[in-house]
Design a protein around this ligand. Structure first.
Ligand SMILES: Cc1cc2nc3c(=O)[nH]c(=O)nc-3n(C[C@H](O)[C@H](O)[C@H](O)COP(=O)(O)O)c2cc1C
Length: 148
């Protein structure tokens, strides 16, 4: 299984913690969104898109990158957010599937959030992602990759 995860984790590095834990256990390449344009994604069995959530969607750059995923790709989604909602994957999933990619599944958990008014109260989802949140991401990858 040749996999790559493209990540965008600019707020507190929360999402990157999930990515790093997966890459520690599995043979997975990781590339930041800034360097993703030059990668030939057709050479991978699975492509992961990992980002924080802003205004109810994956970060804008990742939502845009999803439009360029080649048809036929097998894609999985990872995200962290201050206030969980299953709807955060909706837009990017629609983009991917309408371009012929297959979305294998998604994993999301809370991530420390100090955006806007939350900063005044010291942020929300403090301490997240926790060890348990991170372990959940690794288990998710174990499952969709079929690798233990
Ligand atoms: C500009 C901005 C907008 C955000 N909007 C949302 C949101 O709509 N819903 C949510 O649950 N979290 C929101 N968050 C919180 C982040 O998604 C959360 O802290 C995430 O873990 C950040 O991931 P990162 O550290 O990997 O960038 C927002 C954060 C920022 C900076």
């Amino acid at each position: 299984m040749k996999s790559i995860i493209i990540y965008e984790s600019t707020h507190h590095g929360n999402t990157k913690k999930l990515v790093d834990a997966i890459a520690k256990k599995h043979h997975v390449e990781t590339v930041s969104i800034e360097n993703a344009e030059s990668v030939d994604l057709s050479g991978y069995d699975m492509v992961g898109l990992a980002a924080g959530i802003a205004f109810g969607k994956f970060y804008k750059r990742m939502e845009e990158f999803a439009m360029k995923i080649p048809s036929g790709s097998r894609v999985f989604l990872l995200y962290t957010c201050g206030n969980p909602s299953a709807g955060y994957v909706k837009n990017i999933t629609r983009t991917l599937t309408s371009n012929g990619a297959r979305v294998m599944g998604n994993y999301g958990c809370r991530g420390y959030d100090t955006y806007g008014p939350f900063k005044l109260v010291g942020g929300i989802a403090k301490g997240h992602p926790t060890e348990e949140d991170i372990a959940g991401a690794v288990m998710f990858y174990d499952k969709i990759s079929g690798e233990k």
